[in-house]
Design a binder for this molecule. Sequence first.
Ligand code: GL7
Length: 790
Amino acid sequence: MTKAGLRQGMLHHLKYSLGKDPAHAQVRDWRVALSLAVRDRIVDPWFAATRATYGGRHKRVYYLSMEFLIGRLLEDAIVNLGLLDEAEEVFREYDVSFGDVLANEPDAALGNGGLGRLAACFLDSLSTLACPAYGYGIRYEHGLFRQRFVDGRQVEEPETWLSDTHAWEFQRPEAAFEIGFGGEVAETGSRALWQPGESVIAEAHDTPIIGWRGNWANTLRLWSARPTRLFDLERFNRGEFAAAAEPEALARTISRVLYPDDTTEQGKALRLKQEYFFTAASLRDILRRFRSEYDDLRKLPLKVAIQLNDTHPAIAGPELVRLLHDENGIDFDDAVAIARACLSYTNHTLMPEALERWSEALLGSLLPRHMKLIERIDDTHARQHPDRKMRIREDGDVRMGELSFVMAHKVNGVSALHTDLMRQTVFAELNRLHPDRIVNETNGVTPRRWLLSCNPRLSALIDRTIGNDWVGDLERLSELEPHVEDSGFRADFAAAKAENKAELARFILETENIAVDPEAMFDIQIKRIHEYKRQHMNILETIALWQAIRDNPDAGWTPRVKIFAGKAAPGYVLAKKIIHLINDVARLVNSDPVTSSLLKVVFMPNYNVTLAERLIPAADLSEQISTAGKEASGTGNMKLALNGALTIGTRDGANVEIRERVGAENFFLFGMTAPEAVARRAVPDHATRAIEASPVLARAIAAIEAGVFSPGDPERYRDVVENLRWSDYFLVCSDFDSYYASQREADAVFMDRDRWIRMSVRNTARSGWFSSDRTIRGYMNDIWGVQSIV
Ligand code: GL7
């Protein structure tokens, strides 16, 4: 498409969709007009993809996920359609800042963290690879809460991404299904009929997702809930206005908010309702589409692959069995076999508190027929495997991981280490019974967003050096490797990073009013706040460094800016305390005249996809410091390495594979391995011993206890410190010395700037394997049995 075409489309929408004259258009009007013009360009390839899929009678992939953390869509679409230069030029003509137009789009924060962002990267790759696919999820009215700090404490505010026009979606009032809850089950012989006691309507909203080069588009179909009956007219006429509106309010509650959890289970009835709501609507839709083409439901697995993103859609197993058996008369054992051949399940965490369980009582009352089917699935499986000790049901609960495993033909982990640990721990017995079921698909990230769009300076340098085929084939970044010996290339590489850092420094000054030295090492930890991710180990190290600099300010320290960003789950008291501590440390350290040219601490509020896009290109050092065995994969670690940051990290999750690929000499490794961590935890008083053995750590902890960072309130961090001293399940104390030493090694290397840049280039050149295109190819071959359509 030409610049003229884009201009014309945009002016058309400005006039006819928004009713605005260019002379009076606001940034928001331009943004919506541009989005609609770009969306118009997606419709044809979208239809063509649908036609090709029907025409070729191809198998489709259905990715069921409670979360799609897609962020902003406009720039992605423009980049994938190759319209970036054209769009920039058009806005120059109208003297409107293109950057402001892009920044006007709200972030679609329909996810908490890595799990939701992975689903978004997968959508981009599925379209790029021309794999016929649908993403299915919930159209939350309010995505992840907005984070503010008040006196250093996290305050949550509702997020309102839909309050302005959402230009991307097509409402589909005709694609609606009635979803029932509760009620009774009438059994007649071996068949049963479920009569739900209440119901809501699931209504579809479609967003087309265009792939790289604009050849293929898939659909993200999000369900919103509306009442079967709008309001109670009788009550309204009696003047009971609030009561009359009740059914509507109740129904809408289901798609009202995203649960703000991250790797902790949320045991709420409403959450279970959300899970069943979107899973049931999606399955109904999948069967409707299948039936429009084929009449034998037994052939379902030939045409349908359903991926369960974690256990949140685990009820898909019993629901599909119910649809096949109760509603279509297929024999129970056959129904289970058909469902299993369609379903596969991705596990994203081994943390016991995050593995979903629902009480049989709750399941039985909300989904009575499903509870009976789960019992039957469990009993049948136990009969088939008499030596089985574990069951799907345990202590009055249904374990959703076990249910998903039993109902899936493939179960995958998200990094090599995590998959091994799955085989050895949570699913050890099931793995023994079904040794071929578990496979590994190491996570990846889309290079379109996480290098091409977010880091234009580095992307342009790569284009100039090796051409631009790397965007669709990221392993070609390896062609950069020989250029590491070229001093001109190294200088350009360093300049791109330096400019990115200068830009971030300006942003930090503007938004946080903190002046940071762009020449200093930008040391970045960005992710949800969690004890296992150990932001508190990072802040302890910061305190220790600050103390060491004060002791001897002229010892040739490497200047550092410690940057943190991330949200804590609102109910996670200790995580919120850690945020407060980091902010308190920042306040004191940043105003210390002795250290302020050498050390700054910045906690950027409201971490989201857009902020990540700003921070990642400017990072020198990537903090990936979780307790070994706890981070299933991580994906931020990949984005940072791809953008040339060096990792300081443990042998956890995908760090292991990153280190293998970028080379051990280009990675700052520290800390215990996963088995060592398990052994260490068994040592009585491991934390106290570690503190006694480390004067540096002891002194940092003592400063917190003395109220150095909370003057007049020395008790403020009592729980954080007591937890470290007396329990320290995540082994902060035991790993501390190793971490501190590794940080000093990073300091030394950073002083040798040429060596650092060589290491940085190698990180970028060797990160090509971490493309989500590679990951999706793995799923297509190993799990779904589908092919790209060319
Ligand atoms: C997570 C893991 O914690 C994270 O390590 C992984 O990269 C991500 C995607 O596979 O999934 N599991 C999880 O429950 N959340 C994650 O981010 C919220």
